[in-house]
Structure formats: C-alpha cells, structure tokens
Design a protein around this ligand. Structure first.
Ligand SMILES: [Zn+2]
Length: 196
C-alpha cells in the first residue's frame, strides 16, 4: 500500500486488528454489557505512522472541503484531529469538559466568525459528543462544514446536519449478561484493559 492510495474500510479495520485496537472474542464493556467485539481506538493511534495515515485518509475523503480549522473533543479526538489538521495544513483545537460537564474551548483556543470547521472524532457512538462540539463551534459564530471519524459504530443512527464521513462502519453488539449467547455457550469472558 502506498501513501497515495486510498485505504478502504477493510484496510482500516485491518490496521485496527494488527494493533489490537479491535479484538474479537467475549468481552465485558465499560457499560457492563457483553460483546463479541472490543474497540480501543487509542491502540491504533499509539503508532504515529498509523495515526498520520488515518488522518491523511480522512483528508482525502473530505476532498474538496476548505476548512480553516479542525475541532475535536478531548481526549479521544485529539490525536486524529491533529493528524487531519496536519493533512489539511490548518490549525487544530479541542474541546474539554468544564466543571459542570459542558464542552468548552480552554487554553486560549478561539474560533471566529470566518472560521469553517471540520469536527473530527475517533469513534462516533451516539453522536452526542460530536453534536456538543458542533454547538461550541456555532456558539463562536463559526460554521461547521463536515464531520469525520475513523469509526462509525452508531449503526447509521448518528444523524448530523452536515455531511458525515467515517473511514469504516463497525457494529459492536452489546447485550446484558443474562441474554449473552457467549455466556450461555460457556465462553470465558474478558475484561479488556484490566490486569491479570
Ligand atoms: Zn457474555
């Protein structure tokens, strides 16, 4: 694969599997639900070359757009947002949560009314955090022209009022333990991230 070639969805997911960012088996998610898949985007982004490649791919897919800034939510969106901004040659700012849990720009980050922002996430699950970032951008008077993410695991449910470009769609099924087929089949359950 050369740098100028597009990464298709399968190649993106292959990068995840190679870096143990996508595990298949029987897992307890942080919600307490059980799943046959576990996604940990930080693992694919821990390799700067992979992070850069994914950022460049998002830039290619976002094609003709001419953003002036990339905005992403901390913590998950920071690395990929930075890489997309690098690929576009624009600046990158990120939102954080204040004491009352609202997404805000801190650290002197500012947007102005002439800014055209692309909002970048690592994983879109419900779309809620993405919409919070969009609200922050709009409250500053700037425009949101697109949303991009590495993974869309919303099952097509995350609707945005601007074009949404994920590099791959992934279903992460989740069930309560009492209705989990893997439990019923006696497959040992793993809690990812925990030390043995
Ligand atoms: Zn189970």
């Amino acid at each position: 694969m050369t740098d100028s070639e597009h990464l298709n969805s399968d190649q993106v997911l292959a990068l995840f599997r190679e870096s143990s960012a996508l595990l298949e088996g029987h897992f307890v998610l942080s919600s307490g639900l059980h799943s046959s898949r576990y996604l940990q985007c930080a693992r694919v982004l821990e390799d700067p070359a992979r992070a850069e490649r994914l950022g460049r791919e998002l830039r290619l897919r976002l094609g003709m757009l001419k953003p002036t800034v990339v905005v992403s939510p901390a913590l998950g969106g920071v690395i990929i947002g930075h890489e997309v901004a690098r690929a576009f040659g624009v600046r990158h700012v990120f939102t954080e949560r204040d004491a009352s849990g609202h997404a805000v720009l801190r650290r002197g980050f500012a947007l102005n009314a002439t800014d055209r922002a692309i909002v970048i996430e690592d994983v879109v699950t419900t779309g809620l955090s993405t919409r919070e970032v969009m609200d922050v951008v709009r409250a500053s008077g700037a425009d949101v022209i697109a949303v991009g993410s590495i993974i869309d695991r919303s099952g097509g449910q995350a609707g945005f009022p601007v074009p949404f470009t994920p590099l791959a769609r992934l279903d992460v099924p989740a069930k309560p333990p009492e209705s989990c087929e893997l439990c019923r089949a006696g497959v040992p359950v793993v809690k990812p991230g925990s030390r043995k």
